[in-house]
Structure formats: C-alpha cells, structure tokens
Design a binder for this molecule. Structure first.
Ligand code: CA
Length: 217
C-alpha cells in the first residue's frame, strides 16, 4: 500500500488531506511539526511527502534538505501569495506544489501524477502465481521468465490490475488494442486463450457468459 506522510500544522487542513487520501485508498501518517516529521521519516518508509512550509520547530525548507537524500518525492503545500516560497521549493527539488486552499480533486490528481512519475503505483504485482515487474515488463512464474508479446503483456496487466472483476470484451479491446471491437471479432478470445496457456491460468482466467473474462484469484 502507498504510504503518504502529511506534514501540516493546521489540524483542519491536515484532517481534510488525510481523509481525502484515505478515501482514495492511500495509507497516511500525519506530523504536526518538523520534529514529528523527522521522527516519522526516520522510522518509516514513505512513498510521498506532502509538506507545509511554515511549520513549528523545523520549517518545510529545512525538512526538504533532510528528505532530499532519501529520494522520496515531495509536494509542497503553500499559502496563496507565497510565490517566492514556491519557486524556492521547486528549485530545492520539490516535485510540485499545491496552493492552499485547494480542491480535493486537485490534490488527488497531483498526488497521482507524482506517484506515477516515481513509478510508485505498485511496480511489482504478485498475482495468480506470477510476478509481474512493470518496470522491466518481465513476467516470471516460480522464477522462470515467461515470454509474452506486447499485446499479451498488456492483456495480462489489465487482468492483474482488475482481479475478480468481469471485464467486457469491448473494454478489454479498448484498453489493450485501442478503438472499438468489431462485431463478431475473435481477437480478444484468441489472445486470452493463448495467454492462458502461456501463464498457466487455464483455471483462473474464466469466460463470463455474454460478457468477457474474469481473473479469479
Ligand atoms: Ca503552516
């Protein structure tokens, strides 16, 4: 699970961020001053840090210096008119900034973009006896690499990211090939059959009548 540290001294803002991120499926920790932040950073590993600048004890810029060697991405939380703070933060290596007050949707979008940039969206998936490394695009089963075509790989990833969900043929086609599936086309079925055999998912990749396929794990 993605772990995010929120460093913000104003409880209402901190709470709003925490609740929004938790709803979106992230795990969150909150620090209300710079010292607390350092304690948490030293004892846990985080995938992203949201960092206020004006903080008691140790300010956001000092914290950024402390965080930088750890290579954890940082998004600054800045006040409306603090242009120089934003520039300074970006120069110091922050990935992005959010101006307070902000819309929750904007916060979530920026968090998502930064996590993607850092390939933090679960780089290695372990599912149905397979290990899928999305950085090297390598698939292994019990340590043995499985050779897949690019389309088979995309198909596999789609199922792996949507376990136990029935996916329509049309959806599968749109996601993997792009465009609309032609009526009567067997493209999806043929590829699913071959993928099944290659990865040994004969019992897992089930046909769903009149719909498409579902990965059962
Ligand atoms: Ca503050």
């Amino acid at each position: 699970m993605i772990n995010i540290l929120i460093v913000e001294d104003e409880p209402p803002i901190s709470n709003l961020i925490r609740m929004s991120l938790q709803k979106a499926g992230y795990r969150c920790q909150c620090a209300f001053d710079g010292e607390q932040a350092i304690n948490l950073i030293d004892t846990q590993s985080f995938d992203l840090i949201l960092l206020d600048i004006m903080l008691p004890k140790i300010d956001g810029f000092e914290l950024l210096e402390y965080i930088r060697p750890l290579e954890v991405p940082v998004i600054f939380l800045t006040a409306k008119n603090a242009v120089t703070d934003r520039v300074k933060g970006l120069r110091m290596g922050a990935e992005d900034y959010i101006i307070k007050p902000f819309e929750v949707q904007e916060l979530l979008a920026r968090v998502d973009v930064v996590l993607r940039r850092y390939h933090k969206t679960q780089a290695v998936l372990e599912i149905g006896g397979l290990v899928i490394d999305t950085r090297s695009m390598q698939v292994t089963k019990e340590g043995t690499p499985i050779r897949l075509t690019p389309k088979e790989y995309d198909l596999l990833l789609l199922f792996a990211r949507n376990p136990n969900i029935a996916l329509y043929r049309e959806t599968i086609y749109r996601q993997v090939w792009g465009g609309e599936l032609e009526y009567g086309s067997k493209t999806v079925d043929l590829h699913v059959q071959r993928l099944r055999r290659k990865v040994g998912w004969e019992q897992r990749l089930r046909a769903v009548n009149k719909v498409g396929y579902r990965l059962e794990v």
